[in-house]
Design a protein around this ligand. Structure first.
Ligand code: C2E
Ligand code: MG
Ligand code: MG
Length: 616
């Protein structure tokens, strides 16, 4: 038997692709054990084992390459139960023999459990088809243990990456598709409909009075209602249809392959009925109803976003008519809509009318509680609806024309705030959120320069930071890089916001020269009870550290979350635990010039050199 081959192990560790990793490991094991092949048999819920890869399986028996069987059977089942390697030298006569493998001439088998995080994820099975095995020695078993451990790490990483990919396209709360996946599927559904002369229905629905339900029953009950509605609607539709959660309580549905208009009406009515439930606790029960709007392609033609918008208009008409009903979009609806009630139209005007204000949320040092920087969050002081937060006017904000105008306003307002702070001796970074349009629009640097030139007070722009929503940077990576370079020239720090929710998140750490990642609050919510969230957050923090990027946790609500983050090596965060977003006075105290200074009585010196060198 050979001794441990360090070069082989080194090549193995460097291989990132799971399948290539397996074949390399299998070839190494087969050589070490003078065997004919090796397989990876994965544990599937609830009690199945399934061949994932088989190296050296005789060509005549390829049907066994993906064979699944009960986890109580075979040498693999025995190794799983015993949690240690099991060698069977005379397979056909052993109690573990399975007829299919006897038939394909399996003479001997050595199965070893692949463990990661205390769980058996798979079995590595070494097989002898042509010859009986020479008896393995201690060095062979040591090699098997090391390769099994490496395999465990590789499988664990593979599962984590898979989960990140799922998260990128799905809503973490309900598991429904997210907006990205919805807009990925809709054009394809429309193209297929044209080819096969079928109809596609684009349906939008939301829960009537959801805000009231949330207020009365609490957010946890509101969340579980969303999950329940999603489950009920999912049960009604076909596998090829797409149910997406667009945000808040708003869902959108693509019904494909429809022959007749009346089928759509039937589905709409069934969705309405199945969502008519009572929801609440033993003491408080609320009758739930939903409103739906829809449009049918190609009866109505137009770009995807317009079709969705029209379905949305129809849904709002259904609400105006009293809710608990479904309506198809008509042109008359668009015309009869009061433009004043359309937030998209009002928004641009509102900026000019001075109805926008910035709220501020501190980013704190989790160890000391000290405020190290702040994030500016927009609020709309609406003349009739009161104070609105972004989720309530997201559509208006994301409208390309509005978002550029908003960004320009936010930059001006943030520089004015910085000027006020700096005049008080408070030198802390203020991060602003940039819209996707600004990322794709190369004039961001000019907008900052113009705002600086127009600023009435002196201000050091190196205390400005920007946050880019991750998916926006992905849409046009070159544009993101150009914008980040522009920021670097101005000394502006760059953070990737909602980190982990975008596709291929970790890749960006390598390719974009950013200073900070803000780990999305949907991950932080679970870190004290959900193993998967814990693993994901830890891997984001470790990856950030490896690239010299500062991780910041969003949405910290409990002391336990803060403690876990600190043990994971995350030093900075923000959340309701420390302070909700609020007016400027809440951040540093009222402007009491003369006896001022910041709320912690010290001010940091102005940054010098590389912007990444200063505190957040
Ligand atoms: P974001 O940049 O990820 O901001 C964090 C959001 O989390 C804020 O919501 C904040 O109020 C909320 N938050 C803070 N602490 C907690 C917590 O402990 N628990 C929970 N559940 N939430 C917390 P907000 O202010 O409603 O803003 C939502 C999003 O709107 C922002 O997400 C950002 O993407 C966007 N946004 C906000 N202001 C602007 C702006 O000026 N311009 C642009 N383009 N987008 C903005
Ligand atoms: Mg942000
Ligand atoms: Mg965020």
């Amino acid at each position: 038997m050979q001794s441990l081959d360090i070069n082989f192990l080194h090549r193995l560790v460097c291989e990132l692709d799971l399948e290539r990793f397996f074949h390399m490991a299998a070839a190494g094991l087969a050589a070490q054990f003078a065997a004919d092949g090796a397989a990876l048999i994965v544990c599937e819920e609830p009690d199945r084992l399934r061949y994932q890869f088989f190296h050296g399986l005789p060509a005549a028996h390829q049907r066994l390459a993906t064979h699944a069987f009960s986890n109580r059977l075979g040498v693999a089942g025995a190794a799983l139960a015993a949690r240690r390697p099991i060698l069977v030298t005379n397979y056909a006569d052993s109690p573990y023999a399975m007829p299919a493998y006897v038939a394909c001439g399996l003479k001997a088998s050595l199965c070893s459990p692949v463990v990661a995080d205390g769980r058996v994820l798979a079995i590595l099975a070494i097989s002898w088809f042509c010859q009986s095995p020479p008896l393995p020695d201690a060095a062979d078993y040591r090699m098997l243990a090391i390769v099994s451990d490496f395999m465990g790490t590789a499988l664990h990483r593979f599962h984590t990456e898979q989960r990140l990919r799922t998260l990128a396209l799905h809503d973490p709360l309900t598991g429904a598709a997210n907006r990205n996946l919805f807009f990925d599927r809709l054009p394809r559904a429309m193209a297929t409909a044209v080819r096969h002369e079928r109809l596609v229905a684009i349906i939008v629905f939301d829960i009537d009075n959801f805000r009231m339900i949330n207020d009365r029953l609490g957010h946890a009950m509101g969340d579980s209602l969303l999950v329940e509605i999603k489950r009920r609607v999912q049960d009604l539709i076909r596998t090829g249809d797409t149910l997406a959660r667009l945000g808040g309580d708003e869902f959108a549905l693509i019904l494909e392959d429809v022959n007749r208009y009346s089928e759509i009406e039937t589905v709409i009515e069934r969705i309405r009925q199945t969502s008519g439930i009572r929801w609440g606790t033993n003491t408080t029960q609320i009758a739930v109803s939903i409103s739906l709007g829809f449009t049918v392609y190609p009866i109505e033609d137009g770009p995807e976003s317009t079709l969705l918008h029209h379905a949305d208009i129809a849904m709002h008409e259904a609400k105006r008519a009293g809710g608990n009903r479904g309506l198809v979009f008509t042109d008359a609806m668009a015309l009869s809509r009061d433009p004043q009630s359309d937030l998209v139209l009002q928004f641009g005007h509102a900026i000019e009318q001075g109805e926008m204000i910035l709220y501020f949320q501190p980013v704190v040092d989790l160890l000391t509680g000290e405020t190290v920087s702040a994030e500016a969050l927009i609020r709309w002081q609406h003349p009739t609806h009161g104070l609105l937060a972004p989720p309530q006017f997201m559509a208006a904000m994301e409208h390309a024309y509005n978002s550029l105008k908003l960004d320009a306003w936010v930059i001006r307002a943030a520089l004015a705030a910085l000027a006020r702070w700096q005049a008080r001796g408070i030198f802390r970074t203020l991060h602003i959120n940039l819209s996707a349009s600004s990322v794709e629009n190369h004039r961001f640097g000019d907008t900052v320069r113009r705002a600086l030139a127009a600023s009435e007070q002196a201000v050091d722009p190196r205390y400005l930071g920007i946050e880019l929503v991750e998916w926006s940077t992905i849409r046009d990576l070159d544009a993101a890089r150009a914008l980040i370079d522009d920021c670097r020239r101005l000394g502006i720090a760059v953070a990737l916001d909602d980190f982990g929710t975008g596709y291929a998140a970790l890749q960006h750490l390598r390719s974009l020269p950013i200073d900070t990642i803000k780990i999305d609050k949907s991950f932080i919510a679970g870190i004290t009870y959900d193993r998967a969230d814990c693993v994901l957050v830890q891997s984001m923090i470790s990856a950030a550290e490896a690239f010299g990027i500062t991780p910041v946790a969003e949405g910290i609500e409990t002391p336990a979350q803060r403690a876990v983050l600190l043990t994971m090596g995350c030093r900075f965060g923000q959340g309701y635990l420390f302070a909700p977003p609020g007016p400027e006075a809440q951040l540093w105290g009222p402007d009491d010039r003369g006896c001022a200074g910041d709320s912690h009585g010290e001010s940091l010196p102005a940054p010098t050199g590389h912007p990444g060198a200063r505190p957040l």
